[in-house]
Design a binder for this molecule. Structure first.
Ligand code: CTP
Length: 411
């Protein structure tokens, strides 16, 4: 599903709040999502909520001339790989079944040439009403996948079928819909033509990103300020060059970049295991700020009685150093070095000590950790290249190009 583009139409029902969770799951699966909010839907969730979660503009009106100038409704309905209606209310399904086009949502549904999946949510009597039965039958006959609603207690106090299926179930149904022969060939063709795949086509590249969390007890942990932004930007830039990217990420609040396979971990040991499981790879870019130490014995919650506790730390595995020594070592092993002083000198020592091919040395003395910009030096055994301070995206793109050249040279 990674790389697929979803158009999500959010109808007007209390279940609209579940569309927010659905957007999160869609993004986590590596897909992008553009939302259309009906007038009814806007009574339950705001355009701003959907825009923040999808990181895309939200469309609400057919008569928004600015949108029509920038992106007509025909284009909006066709540039998606799959159209999802969640929640699909009785009214919205009736208008869909009748082929009406009296608002943006129904116009898009009539204009689309892509598969449509509807996840109904309504009161049990409305779901069982002959008119709704007729409309569902009509929609299914027209080729729309209409999911069965869940059964259970409803917001209106009644019990029965009519609840919106859980977001995970909708996501599973989306996967099936995207696998349909017509949809999957379109997605694959689009992804392969939209990416500049000349550089790293088909090459598997491993990226680590974010911090690790090391538990002190069941409620506390050791962490650091890494946001994961630089590692995620690198994963995205590599995928744009056609690489098959596995992104092993510590706990971060970032969406999965399109086309990237993401593995979430929490601790350094989990990250080491995920890196090991992802091998072999042509290259590895280890950007994660891995905690150097973990608490030796994690027991039950430490109580505040008596003197402050003494916490014994023990060393975590060094993922970069182990990978550089591994018999399955990728051809290009790149580490990051976060330094606050003698940046180049410390990074050169790290390069030798860890056995990496390159180190990207990061000056983290300012607001780099968590910020949008980065100031780096690319250090190899032969050279030091100092790059101008620039956005993390620009650093990622430049590094991806160096990796293209690096793998070419050694192939
Ligand atoms: N790294 C790793 N496993 C660790 C620690 C670090 O793979 N347990 C990797 C990081 O992902 C990064 C590089 O090693 O690519 C350097 O990380 P850094 O924290 O700067 O180096 P340290 O070895 O921790 O050195 P120090 O903290 O003493 O500067």
């Amino acid at each position: 599903m990674a790389g697929a583009r979803i158009l999500l139409i959010v109808g007007g029902g209390i279940a609209a709040y579940k569309a927010c969770e659905l957007i999160r799951l869609i993004r986590k699966a590596g897909m992008s999502v553009r939302c259309v909010l009906t007038d009814g839907g806007a009574h339950f969730v705001t355009p701003m909520t959907l825009a923040a979660l999808s990181e895309q503009p939200v469309h609400t009106s057919l008569w928004d001339l600015k949108d029509e100038a920038e992106m007509g409704h025909i284009q909006l309905s066709r540039e998606a790989d799959l159209v999802v209606v969640a929640p699909a209310t009785a009214d919205l399904m009736a208008r869909m079944a009748a082929g009406m086009a009296d608002d943006l949502a129904t116009t898009l549904l009539l204009a689309t040439d892509k598969p449509v999946l509807a996840a109904p949510a309504m009161n049990v009597r409305m779901w069982q009403h002959a008119a709704t039965r007729r409309n569902v039958e009509r929609l299914r006959a027209d080729g729309v996948t209409v999911l069965e609603p869940d059964e259970g207690p409803m917001a209106c106090g009644e019990y029965g079928p009519g609840r919106l299926p859980e977001p995970e179930a909708i996501l599973n149904a989306m996967e099936q819909a995207l696998k349909s022969p017509s949809a999957s060939s379109v997605v694959e063709k689009r992804i392969s033509t939209s990416l500049d795949t000349s550089g790293l086509r088909g090459k598997h590249i491993l990226v680590t990103a974010g911090p690790t969390h090391e538990p002190i007890d069941p409620v506390r942990y050791i962490a650091n300020r890494s946001s994961g932004k630089q590692g995620f930007a690198i994963a995205e830039a590599l995928a744009r060059q056609g690489a098959q990217v596995t992104l092993v990420s510590g706990p971060v609040a970032l969406p999965t970049p399109p086309g990237v396979k993401r593995v979430d971990v929490e601790t350094a040991r989990e990250m080491a295991a995920a890196v090991d499981a992802a091998l072999p790879a042509e290259a590895a870019v280890l950007v994660a700020a891995v905690a150097d130490w973990r608490v030796e014995a994690v027991g039950s919650k430490i109580k505040k009685s008596g003197a402050p506790p003494r916490i014994e730390l023990t060393e975590n595995p060094d993922i970069l150093a182990s990978l550089a020594r591994d018999p399955r070592r990728p051809r290009l092993v790149i580490g990051f070095a976060a330094e606050t002083e003698k940046v180049v000198e410390h990074a050169q020592a790290k390069l030798a000590r860890k056995g990496a091919d390159w180190i990207v040395a990061n000056d983290v003395s300012g607001d780099v950790m968590g910020g949008q910009e980065n100031s780096v030096h690319l250090i190899t055994p032969q050279s030091v290249e100092s790059w101008p301070r620039s956005s993390k995206t620009e650093v990622a793109e430049r590094l991806a190009k160096c990796i293209v050249d690096g793998l070419k040279g050694e192939a």
